[in-house]
Write a protein that binds this ligand. Structure first.
Ligand SMILES: [Zn+2]
Length: 264
């Protein structure tokens, strides 16, 4: 093949890949999209008497144990959205998170932006397998990195029985200059009954040490919710059905429905 032909084939291939990536992003639901208001379950809006506490990006060898300790002292359980590569590095911390009674969920294999849609399925299968194997949990929730739910990520999650869920109140604990007060103020300005709080127990995709601001905000957030008569807990207590509960329910009801049809 002539060099110019090779170049044009390569360019066409690159364009096809780019077009695929753009097509994957077109029906994207992001954390800032107004679509979240139209899909309250996806945004993490649940039982109005409950606030879901979620922590992303862990496990982390220093941050996660400190947060687990503080959550024990506050008698609060939370949902941890784990990154499988962090689970591989710190399996004992991941296992301990579940052992302490917290809910385990899937954040992804690593903290990638959605630039490789053709890898979304295999990456999520691998992430789910690692997280389930190490923790012994059966995750039912999925939160895509950066809150960007592309078509390929949504399809892959559904196949694995994972329900995508984002958040309603983000503390921006990952940002430079954040501290416990700024994170608590920001969360509480956006939080009401039925909301889902997003914090991080790791700085793997953030400013180094940023998790200290999440740790510093916990007491104020939990105290404020309790003063309002709101329970604070994991997504499993939030009045939403997780993906694994949905698939269990489908398995139970479908034969029953088939029986009814035969009988009717
Ligand atoms: Zn994240």
């Amino acid at each position: 093949m002539r060099r110019s032909t090779v170049r044009s084939v390569t360019t066409a291939g690159a364009l096809l890949v780019a077009a695929g990536a753009v097509a994957d992003l077109l029906p994207t639901v992001t954390a800032v999209s107004p679509v979240r208001r139209l899909c309250p379950g996806l945004a993490g809006r649940g039982d109005p008497g409950h606030v879901a506490l979620t922590l992303d990006d862990g496990p982390h060898p220093v941050a996660t144990p400190l947060l687990l300790q503080r959550l024990d002292e506050l008698a609060v359980r939370a949902t941890f959205f784990l990154l499988a590569e962090q689970v591989r590095r710190y399996p004992r911390v991941a296992y301990e998170t579940r052992e302490r009674g917290h809910e385990i969920a899937v954040h992804g294999l690593r903290h990638d932006p959605p630039t490789r849609p053709w890898r979304a399925g295999t990456d999520l299968v691998e992430a789910h397998r690692i997280i389930a194997d190490v923790t012994g949990a059966k995750p039912g929730w999925y939160r895509p990195p950066y809150g960007v739910l592309t078509t390929s990520r949504a399809v892959a999650a559904r196949r694995l029985g994972l329900r995508p869920v984002l958040w309603t109140a983000d503390g921006r604990d990952w940002a430079a200059g954040a501290d416990g007060d700024s994170v608590a103020r920001r969360v509480l300005a956006r939080l009401d009954g039925g909301g889902t709080v997003l914090l991080h127990d790791s700085d793997v995709a953030a400013v180094p040490g940023s998790w200290r601001s999440a740790l510093g905000a916990l007491d104020t957030i939990v105290g404020h919710c309790r003063a309002q008569g709101l329970l604070v807990g994991p997504l499993r207590d939030h009045g939403l059905r997780s993906g694994s509960e949905k698939s269990r329910r489908r398995r139970v009801t479908e034969p029953a429905l088939a029986g009814q049809r035969q009988n009717g």
